[in-house]
Design a protein around this ligand. Structure first.
Ligand code: PMP
Length: 446
């Protein structure tokens, strides 16, 4: 499959060589690097992405799942073009804040107030600062194997090599980049997804030091790991018992699992929510919001300064183009019919995969929730990062390249990622995706 991929992508190969001279690894986010070379994009529209070799692909990766609305959604594009004519940056408040903030506040019971950022990284970073400001404590409990952005503390044990991760009962906080100060991991306490006892142990040990429990409602850095046995409910109870902030990273789950994200889907409301990605339909935007008594600290910064307040600044925060995109996406496009559509298609895709897996006799499992889903090449249950060793990543890559060779990008190239069904996908496109998988699965089985 890899040889076939090379043959189908000569222009991408050449461009990769050229770009490597200009930007490290030829990409602008290192996750995008791919051997032998990534497929280079020419343009995208609807449910398609076209590469520089003239091939059109059915796209279920949708930019790390950002585009629940699909590419170039006409309503969104029209509004954006209109907004460009009215100015893309004001650095002063406008009516567009209300247009974008209201639907977020309506969708999350936990959000009384919201502030806009430009990415998921910024949202998590600021929400974490707010939790620390509110509690006056510094340590953050996080789940091993969860991705929360590209800032220093987030790049600790987001996907550590197992040989460095230490014992499951006492995991090491592993730095995943040079340049991160040694003090950074000291404030991170690692627990395990789906293991509330591991969180409780840390809280008991560090009762007066913990500011927040930071968790994705469903862990989407391990394909798709859903909370089991009341995991999120237990975290809510523990946060209340120990007076720490429950911070949901809904960068990927927000407005995707349900209109009100994982909080609605699993019925647990946090104190703070970090958002980005799908809320802006493909425009660069993020947000964090939460209960008024926390968000008030941002205004306190203005009245009383750093003694009590929490700083939040940014030239591009709440820029009119981003706010317009959020408002149109949430008010005009992602209505209840849209959610019915993407959920139905996600279930159709998962059923199609399961039939193929059974027919081909593969050791693989499929999961789906809301608009998202994954295949993992293992029979073993994947509930925490420590189960990740069971996933056959070599087979996964063969599957992924095989799909791309058949004109379908099933999801971003790594086994840790998931597919997304958009409002623009059709049942026929889902069936084409399944047909391509049937072909790939026969090859894998053989
Ligand atoms: N949190 C989660 C759960 C994410 O998946 C991501 C990005 N994949 C981020 C934070 C960081 O978002 P961004 O890439 O927009 O900075």
């Amino acid at each position: 499959e890899r040889e076939r991929y090379r043959e189908r992508t000569p222009n991408s190969a050449e461009m990769a060589g050229d770009l490597r001279e200009l930007v490290p690894a030829g990409v602008c986010s290192t996750f995008r690097a791919f051997e032998p070379h990534p497929m280079h994009a020419e343009r995208a529209e609807g449910t398609s992405i076209h590469d520089v070799d003239g091939t059109e692909y059915l796209d279920f990766a949708l930019n790390n799942g950002t585009q629940l609305v699909g590419h170039t959604h006409p309503e969104l594009s029209e509004a954006a073009i209109e907004q460009i004519g009215e100015g893309t940056l004001y650095t002063r408040p406008s009516r567009l804040i209300e247009y974008a903030a209201e639907p977020l506040i309506e969708r999350w019971d936990a959000i009384d107030q919201v502030r806009f950022t430009n990415s998921g990284t910024e949202s998590v970073m600021h929400a974490t600062r707010l939790a620390r400001a509110y509690t006056g404590r510094e340590k953050i409990i996080r789940m091993e194997g969860a991705y929360h952005g590209a800032h220093d503390p987030a790049l600790v044990s987001s996907m550590p090599p197992l040989e460095k991760a230490g014992a499951a009962t006492d995991p090491n906080a592993v730095k995943e980049s040079q340049g991160i100060p040694d003090g950074v991991p000291e404030d991170i306490l690692l627990a395990h997804y789906n293991d509330a006892d591991s969180v409780e142990r840390l809280l008991r040990e560090h009762a007066t030091e913990v500011a927040a429990i930071l968790v994705e409602p469903a862990c989407l850095n391990l394909g798709l790991v859903e909370p089991e046995n009341g995991f999120l409910q237990r975290l809510r109870e523990l946060a209340d018992e120990y007076n720490v902030v429950l911070l949901f990273d809904e960068v990927k789950t927000g407005v995707k699992l349900a209109p009100g994200g994982g909080a609605e889907y699993y019925g647990v409301q946090p104190d703070l929510v970090a958002l980005a990605k799908a809320i802006g339909g493909g425009y660069p935007v993020g947000a964090f919001g939460g209960r008024r008594e926390l968000m008030e600290l941002i205004e306190a910064d203005l009245r009383e300064g750093v003694a009590t307040g929490m700083a939040h600044y940014g030239t591009y925060n709440g820029n009119p183009l981003a706010l317009r995109a959020v408002g149109v996406t949430l008010r005009e496009i992602l209505d209840s019919a849209a959610y019915d559509h993407v959920t139905r298609l996600a279930e159709r895709l998962a059923e199609g995969y399961r039939d193929v897996i059974e027919d081909a006799g593969l050791d693989a499992q499929v999961k789906t929730a809301g608009s998202q889903g994954i295949i993992h090449f293992t029979d073993e249950p994947i509930r925490t990062f420590r189960d990740w060793e069971h996933v056959d990543e070599t087979l996964h890559e063969a599957y992924w390249v095989g799909m791309v060779n058949r004109g379908v990008v099933p999801h971003p190239h790594d086994a840790s990622q998931q597919w997304t069904l958009s409002v623009q996908h059709t049942a026929e496109e889902v069936d084409d995706h399944v047909a391509a998988f049937a072909d790939v699965a026969d090859g894998i089985a053989a």
